[in-house]
Design a protein around this ligand. Structure first.
Ligand SMILES: Cc1cc2nc3c(=O)[nH]c(=O)nc-3n(C[C@H](O)[C@H](O)[C@H](O)COP(=O)(O)O)c2cc1C
Length: 202
């Protein structure tokens, strides 16, 4: 499928068929997320694939939206708050891969880069969530390509979801993504005009 077609046909799907989602398709979704860019190539996003009836039933206590747990699969998208600890390694990998060749970054010292002043915790979490959003967007567009429907869900109780999924303290759940074959064909949702998006040309 052409990227433009996927961009145009993706919808938030809130009604799913009960047909199971093949394991290979789930792997394809996560693979699409894996290819996403991330700041300093930190790759802080992690996923929990929720398939069992028991776990999905528990999710009904963590989100007010019943369609979430009605989907045959729910992917919990998380970030690892400890990802910044890998900054030196990631920077070194990038350098070794030639990412900075012939640029002013070529002389960058990965260890010194990793020792820069850390962001304050709120900014750090925002930064990691931003990275997760890009990964989720990759995933949702690949889903369209595979004939699957998804919906971003941020209406959930963070602590309840973490408890259900038995996630350690260093993880934040960014979104729940129900995944399944769509049982609805929604029309395009309204968008503001292009002219309104462009503040100005300078
Ligand atoms: C960051 C984000 C959070 C969202 N959270 C929810 C949510 O909690 N519940 C829900 O039903 N839809 C949620 N959505 C879906 C939006 O309502 C939807 O993207 C928007 O209405 C446009 O519709 P479309 O995705 O079909 O184009 C969310 C979307 C985004 C990008």
């Amino acid at each position: 499928m052409e990227l433009l077609d996927a961009l145009k046909t993706r919808r938030s799907i809130r009604r799913f068929k009960t047909d199971p989602v093949p394991e290979t398709a789930i792997k394809e979704l996560i693979e699409a997320a894996r290819l996403a860019p991330s700041g300093s190539n930190l790759q802080p996003t992690r996923f929990v694939v929720i398939k069992s009836d028991a776990a999905r039933a528990q999710l009904t206590e963590a989100s007010p939206l019943p369609f979430v747990s009605q989907a045959p699969v729910v992917i919990a998208c998380c970030v690892d708050m400890e990802s910044f600890g890998g900054m030196g390694t990631r920077a070194r990998e990038l350098k070794e891969a030639g990412a900075f060749n012939d640029t002013p970054l070529e002389k960058m010292d990965p260890d010194a880069y990793a020792k820069r002043k850390p962001m304050d915790p709120a900014a750090a979490e925002g930064y990691l969530r931003l990275n997760a959003a890009i990964a989720v967007d990759h995933l949702t567009l690949r889903a369209v390509d595979l004939g699957l429907g998804t919906c971003w869900i941020m209406m959930f109780d963070q602590e309840k979801v973490k408890k259900i999924l038995d996630l350690s303290e260093n993880y934040r759940v960014v979104a729940l993504i129900p995944v399944g074959y769509p049982d609805q064909s929604p029309k395009p949702r309204p968008r503001i005009d292009l002219e309104q998006l462009i503040l100005k040309e300078v």
